[in-house]
Ligand binder design. Structure first.
Ligand SMILES: NC(=O)c1ccc[n+]([C@@H]2O[C@H](COP(=O)([O-])OP(=O)(O)OC[C@H]3O[C@@H](n4cnc5c(N)ncnc54)[C@H](OP(=O)(O)O)[C@@H]3O)[C@@H](O)[C@H]2O)c1
Length: 321
């Protein structure tokens, strides 16, 4: 049976934090979580936009200022959340940029990698202490079909490159990093016996603010045509994140995305990821690099590397993600 927002269970008494809830898919994710009774922390770069969303969402919400392009801001936001909350049930690492107007973050990292991956790596590490003792708690990291464009993988040399601003591969590598991170986090959480699980989701294709970036001219007609044919509205694009965050039948480490048109639209189901995203050595390497670059360490150490990736296999369909 097709999974929909109506399948999100009652979330009364749960606290969820959604990054980038000021628009697009994050706003929809926050809306549904709040409608199902969760208290939702809208962690956003613009508190003005976030407050407008809070009024629109209704339910129980609060706004926390978070600029993922600044590790100082990430630390301040995490400290504020820790001060206000004794526990966190759901963390949705949703915010993202594509072809932004700036090339590097405040800390000098390539903008896609810095915002989409490093900011979330740091935030998760700083908030995980609120989650690991909470039964049913989940970290959901939002990837993209574009992780397949992350050619050359994630390597240290490119972390501070200034040439990625309009680069499809730079965006792709940041989304590859999202998947590598989600899986390494799951392995480490599992090995530590934590109550929290890590999953990943991708929304397919949706006409959101993400596409308002400074795309290379050659890409614009392709995108316009693709949008007409392949895209789905943010309400549908938020479903993979919502399912990963709330469906008890989805196993730890799973990767969900839309079912139809090459994964661009449709109901949320187990998704396939590239071989590179399943590379456990790359997962472990990225983790070490991210700890080094952000200065954020996690409370638990490396997990044993399995012979076969132990994540992303749906027990129902057998699909590998
Ligand atoms: N739309 C698609 O077709 C598509 C496809 C694949 C994957 N995705 C992924 O889906 C996620 C959500 O994107 P979207 O489509 O909903 O795009 P969107 O409408 O542009 O929303 C992105 C959100 O991220 C926030 N953000 C950007 N930079 C930030 C920063 N430095 N610190 C904190 N928040 C920041 C934005 O805040 P502001 O309001 O302040 O800009 C906005 O709330 C992203 O991870 C994206 O990579 C989207």
């Amino acid at each position: 049976m097709t999974w929909s927002a109506a399948d999100v269970p009652d979330l009364s008494g749960r606290t969820a934090l959604v990054t980038g809830a000021s628009g697009g898919i994050g706003r929809e994710t926050a809306r549904v979580l709040a409608a199902r009774g969760a208290h939702v922390v809208l962690a956003c770069r613009s508190t003005r936009r976030a407050r407008a969303v809070a009024a629109w969402v209704g339910g129980s919400t609060e706004v926390v200022e978070l600029d993922l392009a600044s590790l100082d801001s990430v630390r301040e936001a995490a400290a504020r959340v820790r001060d206000r909350h004794g526990r966190l049930d759901l963390l949705v690492n949703n915010a993202g940029v594509m072809f932004p107007s700036y090339g590097r973050t405040t800390d000098g990292f390539e903008a896609h990698f810095g915002v989409n991956h490093l900011g979330h790596f740091a935030l998760t590490g700083l908030l995980l202490g609120l989650m690991t003792g909470v039964p049913g708690s989940r970290v959901v990291t939002v990837g993209s079909l574009a992780h397949r464009a992350g050619l050359g993988g994630v390597v240290a040399d490119r972390a501070r490159s200034g040439s990625g601003r309009r680069s499809v591969t730079a965006y792709g590598r940041s989304k590859l990093a999202n998947l590598l991170f989600a899986r390494e986090l799951q392995r480490r959480l599992g090995a530590a016996g934590a109550a929290t699980v890590s999953l990943a989701a991708h929304p397919g294709l949706s006409p959101t603010g993400l596409w308002h970036g400074d795309a290379p001219a050659v890409l614009r007609p392709v995108v316009a045509a693709g949008m007409r044919w392949l895209a789905q509205p943010p309400q549908a694009a938020a479903l993979p994140s919502l399912r990963a965050a709330t469906d008890p039948r989805v196993p730890p480490g799973a990767y969900l995305g839309p079912a139809r048109r090459f994964g661009s639209r449709g109901a949320p189901v187990p998704a396939r990821s590239s071989r590179g995203a399943r590379d456990v050595t790359a997962q472990a390497r990225l983790w070490e690099l991210s700890e080094e670059l952000t200065g954020v360490g996690y409370a638990f150490g490396p997990a044993p590397v399995p012979a076969e990736p132990a994540v992303g296999v749906c027990p129902v369909t057998g699909a590998r993600g």
